[in-house]
Write a protein that binds this ligand. Structure first.
Ligand SMILES: [Zn+2]
Length: 245
């Protein structure tokens, strides 16, 4: 599905570069999610969505323990759900990601629960079966990426979350999702997002999706007046979008 999308080059993927921005110090004093005191850090995306060896330069943001730990069960669960949905089966032997294979071998209860999701949704849109958990995970990743790219905590921002299984999108919807339009807002000076932008014919472009790990996680950010949008593709199966205002 997304393999063909990649080949048709509607999505221009760019290997993540290490950028040392000037804005990280603004983030240092607070949890990027709730604004509280940060006592730990969060990898973005959570490592549950990536395979080993993990990419170098994996984004990391400061956060509090409550925000960090409050989402980890949902993250692990959603990662398993997407693997099962993408492979169309909950049989460990037929899955691709080693981490999920191990988990489902260990937990018969989880395997049965995921099987039920698959049956309930005809193998195509299993994510719908656990919409609250998927939404929670996408919002958290979106907030972390926003903070990472713009050097701005997100506690004060309202997030509107949308997601869909990529196989359920028609080609027009998919093209619209993957399109990164020219922006009329310049990113925060010194932020990572500013360094990623290009000016072409007097128009401002964030030229590429950032490919954190091929086939596992990519994201793109687009600014608009008063806010912006974080888009992500997880496991080549889930399209997620968080609109900030
Ligand atoms: Zn927090």
């Amino acid at each position: 599905m997304l393999g063909s999308l990649r080949r048709s080059s509607r999505v221009t993927l760019q290997r993540m570069e290490q950028i040392r921005p000037y804005t990280d110090s603004r983030l240092a004093g607070q949890c990027v999610y709730c604004g509280g005191v940060p006592d730990t850090g969060d990898h973005v995306p959570p490592r549950a969505f990536l395979d080993e060896p993990y990419p170098e330069n994996l984004p990391k943001v400061p956060c509090c323990k409550a925000c960090n730990e409050g989402a980890s069960l949902d993250e692990e669960y959603v990662a398993s759900l997407l693997e099962v949905a993408a492979c169309g089966t909950a049989q460990p032997d037929e899955l691709e990601r080693p981490k999920i294979v191990r988990k489902l071998r260990e937990s018969g209860a989880l395997r049965r629960r995921l099987e039920r999701c698959l049956t309930a949704s005809d193998g195509q849109v299993a994510v719908v079966a656990e919409a609250d958990r998927v939404s929670h995970v996408i919002e958290k990743i979106g907030r972390a990426l926003w903070a990472f790219e713009l050097g701005e905590p997100t506690a004060a921002l309202t997030a509107d979350v949308w997601f869909a299984a990529i196989p359920a999108l028609d080609s027009e919807a998919l093209a619209k999702f993957t399109l990164i339009e020219a922006s009329d807002v310049f990113p925060e000076v010194g932020s990572r997002l500013m360094f990623r932008h290009l000016v072409v014919n007097d128009e401002l472009y964030c030229p590429a999706w950032q490919d954190v790990q091929p086939g596992r996680f990519s994201y793109a950010i687009q600014l608009s007046g008063g806010g912006g949008t974080v888009k992500m593709i997880i496991r080549d199966y889930l399209a997620g979008r968080v609109e900030f205002s």
